[in-house]
Design a protein around this ligand. Structure first.
Ligand code: ADP
Ligand code: MG
Length: 699
């Protein structure tokens, strides 16, 4: 469906239009009128003949033509009846402002289902209900009660919070920020965030897509499609916490370490979405993305009339990992020929406190041509002679004449720079209130460029024994067993190419000693019970047993002590296992997020994993690069690489383990959570060993 009827309607009916100031039905009507909407407006109100000079109709049918867009501002109870009317006359686009649906509970949900049903049958699309409306500045559509019509611009904004949209509108109008579209998506009964992001992705007026979301309707589809759209236009999202449907009691380490926001973070990263922490940050970024070209690389030049802010900017450049541009010799020569001798001709280019507009103008005109410069930040502090307005005009003029590199400005101060700031904003130069926020914006832009040019994702598929895993999982599910213990989890892992320690089950001390001598000493003893998830917690693991006698004693002790600690545990025996002599312990895990699917985890393993919390997450399926990146995102990585003369471990083997696990959990959606902890890894060339594993199944 095209959103043309929403974004560029030729006629609009407002059902529930009111004559009474302060009523939503009045505010929407007056906003449409005051916006200068050139199409036809049909107020629908049974009790009025005219409102604000517009002829009123008792119902939609009486209009005698089909309005492109219908806005409903009527009590929730009668919305279904009016939706039926929309269906009868053949309107295809409806915005329901009315509240009192899903958000109020069961009754409201039933009402909402009803209107969605009517819409589906009739091929009508709905924005809302429970929303603030819709604004399209270029077409002079202000079908909202959010505020005055903003100026046209390159930002498309969608908000799940109506009130927030009103605040954004107010801020934007005060700062001359323009929009292509503003949509309050309300309860998302029909049109959701993804529909709208798709709708504006090929809209010529939209340069950047921004929004505020509380949840995402279909995580999987969202990630896949947003990833494609991010290649065309940057997507900047604010996401508030909210409650997570995934907050079930976790039984794995991975499950307990994955916070409700972890999956969102991962999903946004995968899709190239730029996550913003505040409205200010979002508009800092949006201004630059919508008005300036993207930087070709990371090097930044700073032009300033004050030393202090210049140093602040330089520090920020270094802190965020951008490069401080080394100016070309020719650039330096040219600067010397126009600037006073006391100026600094290197980066930051300090044109001195008495600089007038002409110095800014010539310095910018010179450095913008330097091949070593990717983006330009201009700082200005208002000293007695400073010409903020004329400087702003010069910046606008030069950046328009040479529109190949992003130019950002930071005019510090308030009243003395006010006029200059206005000129900058009108001239599409993003203005920042601190050097740091400008630098941060350049960083985000260059990260986006890097994300866009990253190689295509290729997920490697390993040859595995799927059938075997299928059998084990089905058997558990048939018996209603949710938790898969160490031995069976390891069988599953072996089918996916993991190596596990050799070992067998013993039910007597004698048998344990026999198995141990066959395996060779030292050995490990572990309690085997479907009711004990974390064996060490109950004294159920003994490592480094060197003789048959030690094994027998350890066996007897476990059998004596554990039933006392956990009387209800059904103990099947003891696992006698070969001991992995050396290596580092890491954890590989997965927790299935209800919205985004399997979320992989890597971290420092062993029994301290929850204490240290040095873990990283990423959505499966993983590519080799993503698996390696997961390792690099932890502090453990440095230890694994080898520190202070200690030999490093085989990093690529760990990354391969993560990829194999990612394949397993992608191919078996029945696995809800799992840990391999510890995964013991040794030096390059050795094979890592899955020493312990457990998983939970859907039953
Ligand atoms: P659980 O996590 O249920 O307490 P594990 O099997 O992970 O039990 O054992 C706990 C710890 O004992 C491991 O983190 C590891 O340090 C050590 N360990 C267990 N099995 C072995 C083994 N086969 N070789 C070497 N160390 C082991
Ligand atoms: Mg363990």
């Amino acid at each position: 469906m095209s959103f043309e009827s929403f974004f560029n309607p030729q006629s609009v009916a407002i059902v529930g239009a009111s004559r009474q100031k302060g009523k939503v039905g009045y505010e929407i009507l007056i906003n449409m009128v005051q916006a200068g909407y050139p199409g036809k407006i049909f107020p629908v109100n049974r009790k009025a003949d005219e409102i604000e000079g517009l002829k009123c109709y008792p119902d939609l049918v009486s209009i005698g033509e089909v309005p492109d867009l219908v806005i409903l501002v009527i009590p929730a109870k009668i919305v279904p009846a009016v939706m039926e009317e929309c269906a009868r006359i053949g309107t295809k686009a409806v915005v329901i402002i009315t509240a009192g649906f899903k958000e109020i509970g069961k009754e409201g949900k039933a009402l909402e289902d009803k209107i969605v049903h009517i819409a589906k049958e009739a091929g009508i699309r709905i924005i809302g209900p429970n929303c603030l409306g819709l604004i399209v500045p270029v077409n002079k559509v202000n079908a909202s009660f959010g505020g005055d019509l903003p100026s046209p611009g390159g930002i498309a904004y969608l908000s799940q919070s109506g009130a927030l949209l009103a605040a954004i509108l107010d801020m934007a109008n005060a700062n001359d920020i323009g929009f292509s579209k503003l949509v309050s998506i309300g309860n998302k009964a029909d049109v959701n965030e993804l529909d709208l992001i798709r709708a504006v992705s090929d809209d010529k007026d939209t340069k950047v897509i921004a929004g505020y979301l509380e949840n995402i309707a279909d995580g999987d589809a969202f990630v896949r499609q947003a990833e494609k759209i991010s290649h065309i236009k940057p997507i900047l999202l604010m996401k508030s916490g909210g409650t997570s449907a995934g907050a079930q009691a976790a039984s794995s380490h991975t499950g307990s370490l994955a916070g409700s926001e972890t999956a969102y973070e991962s999903a946004f990263e995968r899709a190239g979405i730029i996550r913003c922490g505040s409205i200010k940050q979002q508009f800092d970024y949006a201004q630059a993305f919508s008005n300036q070209p993207l930087p070709a690389g990371p090097s930044v030049v700073v032009i300033t009339n004050a030393g202090g802010p210049g140093i602040m900017a330089a520090d920020a450049v270094e802190r965020v990992g951008l490069t401080f541009a080394k100016l070309d010799e020719k650039t330096v020569e040219k600067l010397k020929s126009v600037l006073p001798p006391a100026a600094n001709f290197y980066n930051p280019v300090d044109i001195l406190g008495d600089a007038l507009a002409d110095r800014y103008s010539s310095a910018l005109d010179i450095v913008i041509d330097d091949p070593n410069v990717d983006s330009i930040l201009i700082l200005l502090t208002p000293q007695a002679m400073t010409e903020a307005a004329a400087t702003a005009e010069a910046i606008v003029r030069i950046s328009r004449a040479k529109p190949t590199k992003p130019v950002l400005a930071c005019f510090l101060g308030v009243s003395k720079v006010e006029e200059g700031v206005k000129i900058l904003r009108k001239g599409d130069i993003p203005q920042y209130d601190s050097p740091e926020s400008a630098v941060e914006t350049i960083k985000v832009m260059s990260e986006y460029v890097r994300w866009r040019s990253r190689p295509k994702r290729v997920v490697k598929l390993f040859p595995v024994n799927r059938r075997k895993v299928e059998h084990i999982i089905e058997r558990h599910q048939r018996q209603g067993i949710r938790e898969v213990g160490e031995t069976e989890s390891k069988e599953i892992l072996e089918a996916y190419g993991f190596v596990t320690p050799k070992g067998s089950i013993a039910t007597s001390a004698e048998q344990a000693a026999n198995i141990a001598s066959q395996l060779g000493f030292p050995v490990v003893l572990k309690i085997w019970s479907p009711d004990i998830l974390h064996k060490s917690d109950v004294g159920g693991v003994r490592v480094g047993l060197k003789t048959e006698q030690e094994v027998k004693d350890a066996f007897d002790l476990m059998m004596y002590r554990i039933p006392k600690k956990q009387p209800d545990a059904h103990i099947l025996g003891v696992l006698v296992q070969e001991m992995c002599s050396s290596g580092k312990e890491v954890i590989l895990g997965m927790n299935r997020d209800p919205h985004f699917g399997p979320l992989m985890m890597f971290g420092m393993g062993g029994v301290m994993v929850e204490v240290l919390k040095d873990v990283s997450f990423y959505l499966a399926p993983l590519t080799a690069d993503e698996a390696r990146q997961m390792l690099m995102d932890t502090k453990t990585y440095k230890i694994l690489k080898g520190v202070r003369g200690q030999e490093g471990v085989d990093i690529d083997k760990i990354a391969e383990g993560l990829q194999r696990l990612s394949q397993l959990v992608t191919e078996f959606p029945q696995i809800l959570e799992m840990d391999i902890n510890p995964y013991v890894v040794g030096p390059i060339g050795t094979t890592p060993i899955a020493v312990d594993a457990r998983m939970s199944l859907e039953v």
